[in-house]
Design a protein around this ligand. Structure first.
Ligand code: SAM
Length: 234
């Protein structure tokens, strides 16, 4: 088991080592730009106020941090955390004018951060990649302040059978698109498998409840292709 988890960690790191420079471009290709709407919807639900603090875990190149920051004219203090050095440096380069956004190399399962520190915790298309979902959520709870809120944007289970069939058929082309855009198909074979193997909406709610998150709930977007889960630390 431990060996499997270590293998997964190594695999995920190497996937993002391969795609980091074309990560944003490929997201637009694969989702026809819809990932931008999903991320905007996440920020709309969070509805941050000026001076709110955010830790964005598995931040990649900082899409969520940027959107969160823009809501209040860069008044909020934001920390982006990722375990992949290359993704972090792409983000730093891209958002170099955002002095309120800091970057930290650390992993979701073991955040090197003090407890009770942030108003919001976000994880966008990251939880599925972590080697231990339960531990990552426990850590989210720990670093949030009392009254703080957890948000997770992630691929989920599609609710409509016809849409599911269409999506599955489309997914078969994603590795080929990866080959054209990034020059590699393997990372995108991993992506499809990781989406298929990920837990469903209710299973994630159960893990949030077990980890003491209050009023845990979710909202499906695009028919459940993705969902946004949230919960309060009280
Ligand atoms: N949040 C960004 C977004 O929504 O575009 C990036 C998502 S990208 C699909 C997943 C990111 O999670 C990668 O940058 C990867 O390095 C990071 N990641 C995967 N497992 C992680 C872990 N256990 N701890 C921290 N970061 C992790």
């Amino acid at each position: 088991m431990q060996q499997n988890l270590q293998q997964k960690k190594g695999l995920v790191k190497s996937v993002f080592d391969t795609v980091y420079s074309k990560y944003d471009l490929m997201n637009d290709f694969m989702s026809f730009g819809v990932h931008r709407y999903w991320k905007r919807e996440l920020i709309r639900l969070i509805n941050p106020s000026a001076n709110d603090t955010l830790v964005d875990v598995a931040s990649g190149t900082g899409d969520i941090a940027k959107l969160f920051s823009n809501v209040n004219q860069n008044q909020s203090k934001i920390l982006c955390v990722d375990f992949n050095r290359k993704m972090l440096s792409e983000g730093k380069k891209r958002l170099k004018n955002y002095k309120n956004i800091k970057w930290k190399l650390s992993e979701a399962e073991n955040l090197c951060l003090p407890s009770n520190s942030f108003d919001f915790y976000t994880i966008s298309f990251g939880l599925r990649n972590t080697k231990n979902i339960n531990k990552s959520i426990k850590e989210a709870y720990r670093v949030l302040k009392k009254g703080g809120r957890f948000f997770c944007l992630e691929f989920s289970k599609i609710q409509n059978q016809n849409l599911e069939i269409m999506y599955k058929n489309y997914s078969k082309f994603i590795p080929a698109i990866g080959k054209i855009v990034v020059g590699e198909s393997k990372p995108y074979e991993y992506l499809i498998k990781s989406i298929e193997n990920f837990i469903n909406q209710e299973e994630l709610i159960e893990i949030l409840r077990k980890n003491k998150f209050y009023k845990s709930s979710y909202k499906n977007l695009s028919g459940g292709i993705v969902s946004i889960h949230s919960g309060w630390k009280i």
